[in-house]
Design a protein around this ligand. Structure first.
Ligand SMILES: Nc1ncnc2c1ncn2[C@@H]1O[C@H](COP(=O)(O)OP(=O)(O)OP(=O)(O)O)[C@@H](O)[C@H]1O
Ligand SMILES: [Mg+2]
Length: 412
């Protein structure tokens, strides 16, 4: 199916993060800054699936955009971003827009807007709007593709040894074994990852191996082709087996290859090296959420504060979520939250030597010690991850919001 094209007509400060979020989700994004640009685009017979308009700062321009989306028999859905007060005014006058259109109140996160776009596209493909048969763009509705569109979770801290690999591996395992999710675990730490070996997956072919072979005429292999199956059922793949000679791992290509595996999985969990490398930044760009393990010690707290400070420039602030690791070490979680300036999403207690014992057997703590309290902590973490941002749940929530809109304005 062709990529959906999304027109973005938002103020510059919003167009950037929204565009990045939608591109990361695989959409073609087209920024327009004036109605005649949209007119030219449509005159060129470019297919536009949905347009995001600013319904607040320049209402005249928005109305012009809006007319263009509906001129000449077109019915391109519009998502109008407005203030909460404008939302109330607009929903009180529903005749102005068609059933395909939606409103979205500021302030909002780029991620929540993206889920709304996803829901709108599903709706435009499957819901009978009363004008005849359901609208089907580009063939039958690809429910398989939607339902298996993985959420990409990166586990990152700029500090070494805080539990990134432990959390990535055990979270992935919990989602797969205990929550019935289809999980791909990616070891993107080419220096200190060791995910595959700690899981007992020996001699696995890495992305580096494959791309080198391909450069010499070998076949093109996807990340999924390269992933090995762990005993738990989850798939595991490593970028490299040696920290040296990884030049072939061009950051954008790697991030795109990981993102391309979204179809066919419910979750992709990525373990990365503690650095702000170009590779990590490319992976962050495509991540839905970045879990930041923080242990109760000053260097780890400092690293988390530094990450919080640079996260705005990196465009990842709203996707960060702190996970307190070794949480039962005497330091209060409230103090850690205050110091870091982020709420804790979940706590993982110290598992003592359980992790070492499990790893020595090539297994995870979840598999080997399922009844231990630390395994329950991973259950809680999985529940948080699955919770309100699960794509299907989000889509359903958005659709519910849509149908209740007249009674209850939808808030971003
Ligand atoms: N909650 C925990 N309880 C007990 N041991 C833990 C816990 N979390 C991590 N560890 C141990 O601490 C060590 C470092 O953890 P891990 O390798 O996951 O950190 P990391 O952040 O990935 O490190 P690096 O930056 O070097 O990749 C490991 O030996 C691991 O078993
Ligand atoms: Mg690690």
């Amino acid at each position: 199916m062709a990529r959906h094209a999304v027109v973005i007509a938002l103020p510059p400060g919003e167009a950037g993060p929204v565009g990045a979020q939608l591109s990361g989700a695989g959409y073609e994004t087209i920024n327009v800054t004036a109605p005649d640009q949209l007119e030219a685009l449509l005159a060129d017979r470019r297919h536009v699936s949905v347009a995001v308009l600013d319904g607040e700062s320049d209402l005249d321009a928005s109305l012009e955009y809006y007319s263009l989306l509906h001129d000449e028999g077109r019915s391109i859905p519009a998502l109008m971003v407005v203030s909460p007060r404008a939302l109330e005014r607009l929903t009180a006058n529903p005749t102005r827009t068609s059933i395909n259109d939606e409103y979205f109140a500021r302030p909002y996160s780029a991620e929540s807007l993206r889920w709304r776009i996803e829901a709108m596209l599903i709706r435009s493909q499957t819901v009978d709007d009363g004008s005849g048969s359901p609208i089907l763009e580009g063939g039958p509705f690809d429910s398989q593709g939607w339902s298996s569109r993985a959420q990409m979770i990166v586990v990152f801290s700029p500090k070494g040894g805080v539990g990134k690999t432990t959390i990535a591996t055990n979270l992935a395992e919990t989602l797969q074994l205990r929550r019935g999710q289809n999980v791909l675990l990616v070891d993107a730490d080419t220096v200190t990852g060791h995910v595959t070996t700690s899981l007992g997956v020996e001699h696995a072919r890495t992305v580096c191996d494959s791309w080198r072979d391909q450069a010499e005429g070998g076949p093109l292999e996807t990340i999924v082709d390269l992933a090995s199956q762990h005993t738990s059922g989850m798939r595991v793949v490593s970028l490299a087996s040696s920290p040296l000679h990884t030049e072939i791992l061009e950051p954008t290509r790697v991030a795109d290859a990981i993102a391309a595996a979204r179809r066919g999985f419910d979750f992709i969990v990525v373990d990365v090296h503690p650095s702000y490398s170009a590779l990590n930044q490319a992976i962050f760009d495509r991540a839905d959420r970045i879990l930041v393990p923080v242990t109760p010690d000053v260097p780890a707290l400092r690293a988390a504060v530094q990450l919080r400070d640079v996260s705005v420039e990196l465009g990842i602030r709203e996707r960060l979520a702190m996970v307190v690791n070794r949480a039962n070490s005497g330091v209060s979680v409230a103090d850690m939250e205050r110091t870091v300036g982020m709420p804790a999403m979940a706590l993982i207690r110290s598992g003592g030597l359980l992790f070492v014992r499990a790893a020595n057997e090539g297994r995870t703590v979840i598999e080997r010690f399922p009844r231990e309290k630390v395994s329950e902590d991973f259950d809680t973490l999985a529940e948080c991850v699955l919770g309100p941002t699960r794509p299907e749940a989000q889509a359903k929530a958005s659709l519910r919001g849509l149908f209740n809109r007249a009674k209850e304005p939808v808030r971003a």
